[in-house]
Ligand binder design. Sequence first.
Ligand code: SF4
Length: 456
Amino acid sequence: MTAHSARAAAFVANEARMHWHDTALWHVRSKRDRAAASVPEWEELRTQAAALKAHTVSRLAEYLEAFERNALRLGAVVHWASTPDDHNRAVLSILEERGLKRLVKSKSMLTEECHLNGFLEARGIEVVDTDLGERIVQLARETPSHIVLPAIHKKKEEIGELFHEHLHTAAGASDPKYLTEAARGHLREKFLAAEAGLTGVNFAIAETGGFVVCTNEGNADLGASLPRVHIASMGVEKLVPRAADLAVFLRLLARSATGQPVTTYTSHFHGPRAGGELHLVIVDNGRSALLASEAHRRALSCIRCGACMNTCPVFRRSGGHSYDATVPGPIGSVLAPSREPGRYAGLPFASSLCGSCDDVCPVRIDLHQQLLTWRHELGERRLTPAPKRAAARLGSFVLARPWLYRALGWLGRAALRWVPRPVLALVAGPWARQRELPPAPRLSFRAEFGRRRVRP
Ligand code: SF4
């Protein structure tokens, strides 16, 4: 059992939660399908987005330099960070040099990747996540389980208890409207008291030096506008060459993520606000290594819409925390081994390779092929878990002998027919127990193994 499958087994053990999680995400996936179907040129948009990203990644250094030049011209300060520690120290020094102690933060998976909150809190800075889902997991001292829906693993009753403890809402209250209002009041106080605001970056435009942040709650706008200091953290892969390219990505992003035509707030930043400061922290953290890998560089095209998670049958049933990575799901299983292959060697196996992730990815990343390639590469490096290697050897032995393959198939069907169902359910693993056993098949040894005449 890999670390992922052990954690997945724990998630699946709570059947009610597992079914609820599965249904909630499938609902988002269905909304995405309807939104995509409403755009006649959807497939063309995906092709354009894939080509734009491939082009940008192929000239990344050039576009990064152009972006820096233009951002400086607009009055931003640019900081380069090759590691999470560089990123965190850059943010800390911006705050410390100005004596700032209170930071509000909108959703940024990059800061999760860099573990910024713990780093700053250990140095006396108050960090408040202002995205509602992020605030929920922050109060619960958990990590996001999904990149777009960070608290999707939590039921409203659990959120009610959490808010009762931290925000003093009424005991037993679980009405989402009431809880959201309470969070809104609580966060409004934090916004007004904040001394600096940190946002992520969805798209950075090389030709203008500006960038775009997409949210549904307007929290990035408040965080970037109320305090005097705005810090924006971005990965090097967030670039698009021209402002005109945004039209392609903005039409794809929200529809793929939540089924909305566009995010409620799509905010463009071009330099600091009047009297304020804008700091851009541009982070590598393994992205250059990914760029150097011909097999995996397409993963840099990801626009973090989360669609591959919502559709993945493994993610929906095993929960985001089972991946134990900042970015979970199919794209996370491609990205994580590139940073820590030993630790994440089990993740490329957390997939049925059904290809549904490829079908929904707005930038056409060949996710299931990437996962397959990782299985091969990790196997070559002998990092694949031993049971997986043994199973692969056994599979190879059986598949090389068609008679043995047919015999085992016949035995499997015989077991379905003759072994009582409750006994089969006992030997099934947690995953298999969620699935209905197929009906007992008709068996014919003669049909399976009888001599086959080959007509000339
Ligand atoms: S890999 Fe594709 S589907 Fe998955 S999060 Fe990235 S852009 Fe979205």
